[in-house]
Design a protein around this ligand. Sequence first.
Ligand SMILES: [Zn+2]
Length: 401
Amino acid sequence: MKTVISILVTANWLYSTSLAADLSYIGNKTQVSIAGPSPRLSLDDGTTFVGDSISVNAGFQAQEVSDPVNSLAEQRKYEGGSNLNLDTFTEPYTIDFRYHNFDRMTKFLRQATARYPSLTALYSIGKSVQGRDLWVLVVSASPYEHMLGKPDVKYIGNIHGNEAVSRELLLQLIHYLVTNYATDSFVKWLLDNTRIHIMPSMNPDGFEVSKEGSCDGTQGRYNARGFDLNRNFPDYFKQNNRRAQPETEAVKEWVSKIQFVLSGSLHGGALVASYPFDNTPNSLQSYSAPSLTPDDDVFKHLALTYSTNHVKMSRGVSCKTSQTAFRRGITNGAEWYPLTGGMQDFNYVWYGCMEVTLEVSCCKYPPAHELPKYWEDNKAVSIAPTKQFWSFMDLCVYFIS
Ligand SMILES: [Zn+2]
């Protein structure tokens, strides 16, 4: 049986109307052209791609498969109905600027679902090592179904359990979106035209052992088995021999089922928007050499969109004198420091999903009373008077427009 060694999917699909198996060799790559408005290929390692054209290394087998996105609704088990505790209906829906441990986060997500059933859908993509659900809340005017022309985008927080600001920002984002849909024309337009999947915590076990007030350090960074989840994905450039963890496996399964076009992974400990590649093809390459994708111009735009809408990021001021200062608040991942098994490279290479890594706070786990400040930093300079889109939203807008 043939084995797929590696696959590079370019984001800018080449359009072709020719039939499947129309192969032409370009160097050691094979260009495959397939027909149809949204054709799909299933590779013999079980990977599925959607698009008009893909580039793969020689030595693969492919066949057309059914539409996995449209069958998602039947496959996915959503929370709701009898799963909701009575308290979620009777207590007022609100969110405080305080940290939400797993139970409080779960309660908040269920309250949002109970209060805004037509704008939200809650599901779990799996469980952590210690059995905590990896919750995802969809926020959209059509939360339960993928609709043609409405992109699916995602935000993932707290992959490093002690980088707690990311988790709270995403909970605040949920609250902001659902409470402003009826009154803010821009939010309405956004949710009418997008499905935003928000996973506030990819590492809930790590968060539970992290310490509020701890700006640095690694306590809680890893999952319950001591693995760094952002080093745990398959890697395009190098073999990743680390044992796959349940949190990573769940995300891999998730992104294989939904055709995400855009993603933000939120971290803490720096102020910068980093973009692929995180790894580099040449291990002998100098430490700070950039490792650029064919879509570097788009990635730079996405990173700049975030950094320039952030109150401070684009100033490029380093968090500490010992830390790197980033010009305009962006960096290529490998140029900052190369790493193997990162999530953003995986999203891009395996599924053509353009993910950027957003380092949103110098302090990883600041005192809760500082959270309003971080929320303001990550919103656009002024939401109300100008209706300017803010950082998260602008990323979506780029792909819709
Ligand atoms: Zn991190």
